[in-house]
Design a protein around this ligand. Structure first.
Ligand code: SF4
Length: 503
């Protein structure tokens, strides 16, 4: 509880942003909060980072930043909005010269919105500039931050990534590699980082490997990116995944691999396969689209239903719906059409308009649905509000029956590892049984994939019930790390946002 007392000033700060609508509330999904990309040794580095971030736009849509180095100085551009809103403008790219650059796209959240939390973070240290872009969330950042503040550190953001920069800056080690290692050994939680100094680009993953990070090569220039789709967009070659607990250091002499942590059992985020990663990415050796189709097939086997058509809730439910349809032998139809040109629902000005969000984004394809028994397939249920509206829309279009099938187990616990998550009490599955949820969203039947079915779809049986080989905490409540900043506090969302700043 002493921790809470010291957090009060920070929590008071969060209320300054209280007028903004939480993004997860707006479209009722968990949202991955960041994508990172870096390239070393290519003249048009910032333009390539722009393309890479564009391919990673699904990992965060509210703000982006790029830091480049031109051989004598660093250049920083950070803007609110989509990559295409700013970084495709020639005069912006012209302000980012150099043959190395790193970038970041982020999902801003209630407590962490605003330019001061937009990454990459950049600081001038005693041995030169350091830029850091972070995907994940540190679960002891506030605790470390308090210690640093007592020692005189001044923070300019609410981001956990800034805590990491301070740890590098205040390390007693001599060279930058050692200082960086010293810093990452003091933090806990999830981090896939891309950092850059005048002489090197560094990439690393936390020892559990919770978030992804891959290594690529473009005609001899090394690339670090959150997902392989960011390599494909520029025709780069996928080299390999950065290993959990690995730190790679890229210089003009080549690439070096270090392992600064004791080996641990890895716990990659299984939700990346369900929803976060792009279906055309290959993540930890598995094509995401294929996994999602297998998820759909498992779902059909576990939750069979007599129906006329299988309809995905687009776009995220589509691969699983295809897998369901093929396994169940029920025709797949695009019974809901998504309008790709509507803005994000939360930017609507008032409550009455915002509640129309689902209709603006999705429309029932009445001709396909009318008089049919429909299996609706979606990736997950968070609050249930979107599901409720989609089901009503399908009923209004004349469906005879609506059966909902969810391509993941019930999400009953919050995420502390870099995902925009409502507090536990807002998660429908944390307070209702499956039958109650079915009644709430008004479906004829509701079925979820089991946790074992999810593991089967990924291709590995769940091996250890206490410490399985993936993080599946939002389904099971079994967190793979301690949660130092959050222990004993029930306002998970507020603290999570403060700790992450949406990284
Ligand atoms: S709790 Fe674990 S599995 Fe769930 S979203 Fe977070 S990292 Fe992924």
């Amino acid at each position: 509880m002493a921790v809470l007392a010291e957090l009060e000033p920070l929590m008071a700060h969060s209320t300054a942003d209280a007028g903004k609508v939480p993004s997860a509330e707006a479209d009722d999904h968990f949202h991955d909060e960041c994508g990172v990309f870096g390239i070393f040794g290519r003249q048009d580095a910032a333009a390539i980072v722009t393309l890479g971030l564009h391919a990673l736009q699904h990992r965060g849509q509210e703000a982006a930043g790029i830091v480049s180095y031109d051989g004598s100085q660093f250049h920083v551009e950070r803007h609110v909005g989509l990559i295409g809103d700013t970084f495709t403008k020639q005069h912006v790219i012209d302000r980012l010269p150099g043959n190395r650059a790193i970038g970041h796209t982020r999902y801003a959240t209630t407590g962490g919105a605003g330019l001061r939390n937009v990454q990459p973070f950049f600081a001038e240290l005693s041995e030169g500039g350091l830029a850091v872009a972070h995907n994940g969330n540190l679960t002891n950042a506030l605790t470390v931050q308090r210690v640093l503040q007592k020692q005189g550190s001044i923070f300019s953001s609410t981001s956990d990534t800034e805590t990491l920069l301070h740890l590098v800056a205040t390390s007693k080690e001599r060279d930058l590699n050692s200082r960086f290692i010293d810093a990452i050994r003091q933090v806990e939680g999830a981090f896939s980082l891309v950092a850059m100094t005048a002489k090197k680009m560094i990439g690393c993953r936390d020892p559990l490997g919770i978030r992804p990070l891959v290594l690529g090569d473009l005609d001899g220039a090394w690339i670090l990116a959150s997902e392989t789709c960011a390599l494909d967009i520029i025709g780069a070659r996928f080299v390999r995944d950065i290993k959990p607990g690995e730190m790679v250091v890229v210089t003009s002499k080549g690439i070096e691999s270090l392992f600064p942590f004791e080996p641990q059992k890895t716990r990659f985020c299984i939700f990346e396969y369900v929803y976060f990663a792009r279906p055309d990415s290959t993540v930890e050796g598995r094509n995401v689209y294929e996994v999602r189709k297998r998820i759909g097939a498992e779902l059909a086997q576990e939750n069979p239903v007599e129906a006329d058509i299988v309809v995905p809730v687009p776009d995220s439910g589509t691969p699983a719906a295809i897998g369901f349809s093929q396994a169940a032998g029920i025709p797949f139809e695009l019974g809901i059409i998504r309008n790709h040109y509507v803005g994000r629902t939360f930017i609507q000005p008032g409550d009455s308009i915002r509640h129309m969000g689902v209709k603006l984004k999705h429309n029932a394809n009445r001709r396909m649905i009318e008089g049919k028994r429909v299996v609706l397939v979606d990736d997950s249920i968070v609050r249930g509000t979107t599901s409720q509206k989609i089901v009503q829309m399908v009923r209004d279009a004349g469906a005879k029956e609506v059966h909902m099938r969810i391509a993941s187990p019930p999400t009953s616990a919050s995420c502390f590892y870099g995902v925009d998550t409502p507090e536990k009490s807002k998660l429908l599955a944390s307070r209702m049984s499956v039958e109650e949820m079915a009644e709430f969203i008004r479906v004829d039947s509701l079925g979820f994939l089991s946790i074992d079915g999810l593991y089967r779809a990924v291709g590995e049986a769940r091996r250890d019930s206490d410490q399985p080989q993936f993080c599946d905490a939002c389904f099971t409540g079994q967190y793979p790390t301690r949660l130092l900043d959050f222990e004993g506090h029930d306002n998970v969302r507020t603290l999570s946002l403060l700790a992450s700043g949406g990284s």
